[in-house]
Design a protein around this ligand. Structure first.
Ligand code: NDP
Length: 313
């Protein structure tokens, strides 16, 4: 059997970011609007700091205004809620992201509620989650949306497909299950208590691994020709250095799957690109403007590379 097609998340994300930049330029020229994204970082977790910095850079490259707010790790919940209240009232700010995890003394649920549905570009607010599950237009959580775009880049018609999502977090697994259901897939949401996971996965036309367990999914768990999306980002010490590995044993899975995302370079870049997209959509929706055409959720279909020895014309 031929090796699986590698789904190039980096290329797809670059294309989406360029469409976001086009939409921002159009909004500024036609309506005098520059979308703005505010990031709130509480404490000094190094990984969170890197995420926030990457988001800031991505905003700048797309022409989106970015406002960073840092609070000390011992900030009270009232202080965080106070800052969010100020950002909600700030007309320059269309989206508010609060970098998770938060220190213990702060209840993330109250913080997400405080952001409100209109500036919730993460898609974590209960109202937006509810809209997602009843199939209404809403803000879709970035990683889940990114996964759908990656799937659709290689498979347009998903109706009737059997989809297994391994992982039921509210950030990835649950919203992705809702989106797959909306695309007429038959969805199974698996988790750590699921029995017979390998056999379940083997029935999947679409297999999405979002468990945060390095190399959990083996080649023998994959149905021949399946589309495999590896959301996992695991830092694993290998040979004296720390390497990033996904939840799927990619090298072995390549021999069985039809298409597969690599780690890194698969889902990760799409998450930030989808966040930028959400910020621009929020800017439009808050002002009653239509969603820019450039930001339609369907990406172009990626053709598989020509077989070896075949030259492109
Ligand atoms: P969580 O820890 O919140 O959730 C993990 C889920 O996986 C839980 O539902 C858990 O089940 C399930 N699970 C854990 N172990 C197993 C197992 N052995 N078999 C079956 N299910 C299992 O993680 P997140 O959803 O936040 O993240 C998942 C992974 O995706 C992580 O590696 C994270 O780094 C990565 N990630 C990547 C992003 C990207 O942009 N590429 C963005 C967000 C996350 P239970 O509910 O029973 O505990």
């Amino acid at each position: 059997m031929a090796e699986a097609q590698l789904i190039d998340g980096q290329a797809l994300a670059t294309a989406l970011r360029s469409r976001v930049a086009d939409a921002v330029a159009m909004l500024t020229a036609r309506h005098g609007v520059t979308p703005g994204l505010a990031a709130v970082l509480v404490g000094d977790d190094p990984a969170s700091r890197i995420y926030v910095r990457n988001k800031q850079r991505a905003c700048a490259a797309a022409g989106i205004g970015s406002f960073e707010h840092e609070l000390p790790g011992d900030a009270s919940e009232a202080e965080v809620l106070g800052l969010i209240g100020t950002l909600r009232g700030d007309e320059r700010v269309d989206g508010i992201i609060v970098q998770l995890p938060l220190p213990r003394q702060i209840d993330p649920r109250r913080v997400i509620d405080a952001v409100g549905p209109d500036k919730d570009v993460d898609g974590f607010h209960p109202l937006n989650i509810g809209r997602l599950w009843i199939g209404e237009p809403t803000v879709v959580p970035c990683t889940a949306e990114g996964c759908m775009m990656l799937i659709r880049s290689v498979r347009r018609d998903l109706a009737g497909s059997s989809a297994v999502v391994v992982g039921r977090s509210s950030v990835v697994g649950r919203p992705l299950a809702a989106l797959l259901l909306d695309a007429d897939c038959t969805v199974t949401l698996a988790h750590s208590k699921t029995r017979g996971l390998p056999a379940l996965c083997r029935r999947a036309d679409l297999l999405i691994a979002a468990a945060g367990r390095p190399l959990l999914v083996k080649a023998s768990w994959i149905k021949p020709g399946a589309t495999v999306i590896d959301v996992g980002i695991n830092r694993v010490p290998i040979g004296g250095t720390v390497r990033l590995v996904g939840d799927v044993d990619t090298a072995a899975a390549m021999q069985v799957a039809g298409a597969i995302t690599p780690v890194p370079g698969g889902v990760g870049p799409m998450t930030i690109a989808c966040l930028l997209r959400n910020a621009v959509l929020a800017a439009c929706r808050r002002r009653g403007l239509p969603d820019p055409e450039a930001l339609a959720a369907l990406p172009p279909v990626m053709e598989p590379p020509p077989p070896d020895g075949c030259c492109a014309r």
